[in-house]
Design a protein around this ligand. Structure first.
Ligand code: SF4
Ligand code: SF4
Length: 182
């Protein structure tokens, strides 16, 4: 068991009934994560995607979650209030079975990072730009095990190793470690 430490748990509440499918959240997220920052807009780079079917009056924001190297053995399909959703519609995974939540140029997995790269943001950008208030933000403090961080590092390295091969990752780490020493 690792040491306990305090952690701020950040939560975005999604009120699907308020979402009108404007996709401002996708625009804001992709611009925030562009290089240079705010230099371009491409919803394919967004860490939030809106299930968007105007003819069925379906609008559901879904946040990018964990990377997985293997797809599920089966598929899920939901019907809610008589509305049928596509297979895997609500899944947050960056998974080999589809293009969703993958950086379009490199294919590397995308994951919502709560916009943590800019500590001056009072709220994640998608929340700020959701003028319909379908997305709202709150924080709370919790005690967690230190190992959580290690788990996140493991997942990130696993994704890179799947993409580039373990040997290349090891070489890169060795090179980085040498240059730090120099
Ligand atoms: S910005 Fe808000 S209302 Fe617009 S698509 Fe995103 S979640 Fe829905
Ligand atoms: S919290 Fe930030 S990273 Fe996550 S979906 Fe919203 S804008 Fe994108």
């Amino acid at each position: 068991m690792g040491e306990k430490k305090k952690k701020i748990v950040k939560r975005i509440n999604v009120d699907v009934d308020k979402c009108n499918g404007c996709r401002a959240c996708e625009t804001a997220c992709s611009a925030f994560h562009a290089t240079p920052k705010y230099g371009s807009v491409n919803p394919a780079r967004s860490r939030i995607r809106v299930i968007h079917e105007p003819l069925k009056d379906i609008y559901v924001p879904v946040f990018a979650g964990e990377y997985t190297p293997a797809e599920c053995m089966g598929r899920d399909k939901y019907t809610i209030d008589g509305k049928e959703y596509d297979e895997c519609a609500f899944c947050r995974a960056s998974c080999p079975s589809r293009d969703l939540f993958k950086e379009p140029d490199s294919g590397l997995p995308l994951k919502c990072d709560m916009c943590e790269s800019d500590p001056d943001l009072k709220e994640p950008l998608c929340v700020q730009w959701c003028l319909a208030d379908a997305l709202t933000y709150e924080e709370r403090e919790e005690e967690v095990e230190e190992e959580v961080e290690q788990e996140e590092i493991d997942i990130g390295l696993e994704a890179l190793a799947d993409k580039y091969g373990l040997e290349k990752i090891m070489d890169t780490v060795a090179r980085m470690s040498e240059s730090k020493k120099g």
